[in-house]
Design a protein around this ligand. Structure first.
Ligand SMILES: Cc1cc2nc3c(=O)[nH]c(=O)nc-3n(C[C@H](O)[C@H](O)[C@H](O)COP(=O)(O)O)c2cc1C
Length: 384
């Protein structure tokens, strides 16, 4: 996320969209939404658009999952970790209508799913000047609206992202979209200097976001930062300063070790996202699902009750259930939501949420889980 785009388009509205053959206007089914996304993304992650829309980073996209960078190993590990896990099929019980609702930091969600934090269709997705679902030009604003409104309409939460190169004005305009969905849209801030974080946090709080995240794992981009566009690692002291400044819960995103999870808890963070940034920041990290159990254990053993979120490679409702069985309270879904918004806007994201929800319910019935807030770890078995 190094360039300039924000929610407000860096593409002039008058630019004619590039026509794309076979593009489906106003798609009515998810498959067509995903086809659209594949057609407009130069570097598309669409490996299997006919199935569940799974992306394994190895497919027909020529191994160029959007914004992958590096050697893609971390990303593939995330996907494979879920594939290696099996769910225990058990149907001799009475559970036919399992409960999927949770409350996350004071916000009620219809299922334990948030969108991933993604943005930058011009520089991350190759979708500048391409057709949108409405037959007009695709813009950052349409993209963000798809994510945020689509999630809100699904009873879940969508994130507005912060691009490193985004000037404050762009950030403010993006927050105007969040403001429309007061209480039902959340915002992320890059690990900028403390002063810049506080400046953006004031705005995030003004627009009514119930909580915010900082992707602390974007710190490596400091090496490429332009003057005045600084990101930096955050030590315990700085984490505490942010917690103390904030009037809403602060989620630290990009935590991959028990030690750092404990530091976030000690700092007073409201939550963490166990994440390797979808494999985009460091090529050789473990899968998020491989580190999640030790992080959960470390926090719970010391009595910390904060919700624990996870992302990276969540591709269907069964994966959501696996993450919950490993101790997460909710997941973030990145690329599948990204593609849904690109190919179908608000409606596309609603369809994607509906698919995840249906699959989650079905997986719960088939494993005998009555409530997402209480998932027995023994429903997951490692393949032997
Ligand atoms: C195109 C793209 C842009 C992203 N931009 C951001 C960002 O601005 N901030 C952030 O915290 N994470 C960002 N991420 C990482 C996601 O929030 C998330 O961690 C990751 O996509 C989850 O993995 P998944 O795509 O396999 O579900 C981005 C990911 C992608 C694919």
């Amino acid at each position: 996320n190094t360039a300039t785009a924000g929610v407000v388009s860096s593409v002039a509205a008058t630019d004619a969209p590039k026509s794309v053959s076979g593009y489906i206007k106003d798609p009515q089914i998810l498959k067509d939404v995903l086809i659209n996304a594949k057609k407009i993304m130069d570097t598309c992650a669409a490996c299997d658009i006919s199935g569940a829309g799974r992306c394994n980073g190895k497919g027909s996209c020529g191994e160029t999952v959007p914004g992958m960078g590096g050697k893609r190993k971390s990303f593939v590990r995330n996907i494979e970790a879920f594939e290696e896990m099996s769910l225990k099929l058990q149907t001799v019980h009475t559970i036919s209508q399992p409960k999927t609702e949770i409350e996350l930091l004071g916000v009620k969600l219809s299922s334990p799913i948030l969108t991933g934090i993604t943005g930058g269709l011009t520089y991350n997705m190759g979708a500048a000047n391409k057709l949108a679902f409405d037959g007009e030009t695709m813009t950052e604003e349409k993209y963000a609206r798809g994510i945020i409104e689509g999630a809100a309409n699904s009873g879940c939460l969508g994130w507005a992202a912060d691009g490193i190169g985004d000037p404050l004005e762009t950030f403010k305009r993006r927050m105007a979209v969040v403001s429309e969905f007061r209480g039902r849209a959340v915002a992320q801030i890059k690990p900028r200097t403390q002063k810049e974080i506080f400046e953006r946090l004031d705005i995030v709080q003004d627009v009514g976001a119930p909580f915010f995240a900082i992707d602390v794992d974007s710190a490596g981009r400091a090496a490429r930062a332009l003057p005045g566009k600084t990101v930096e690692p955050k030590d315990l002291k700085k984490l505490k300063e942010i917690v103390n400044y904030a009037k809403i819960p602060f989620i630290a995103k990009g935590i991959m070790t028990p030690e750092e999870a404990l530091m976030c808890a000690e700092a007073g963070c409201g939550s963490i996202v166990v994440s390797n940034h979808g494999g985009r920041v460091l090529s050789s990290t473990p899968a998020t699902m491989h580190v999640l159990p030790s992080i959960v254990k470390a926090l719970r053993d010391r009595g910390y009750k904060m919700p624990i979120l996870v992302d990276g490679g969540v591709r269907d409702g069964g994966d959501v259930l696996k993450a919950l069985a490993y101790g997460a309270q909710a997941v973030l879904v990145g690329r599948p939501m990204l593609r849904a918004s690109l190919g179908g806007g608000v409606k596309g994201v609603e369809m994607q949420f509906a698919r995840f929800h249906t699959e989650l319910v079905s997986s719960m019935v088939l494993t005998g889980v009555a409530d997402v807030r209480n998932v027995d770890p023994s429903i997951v078995m490692q393949e032997v």
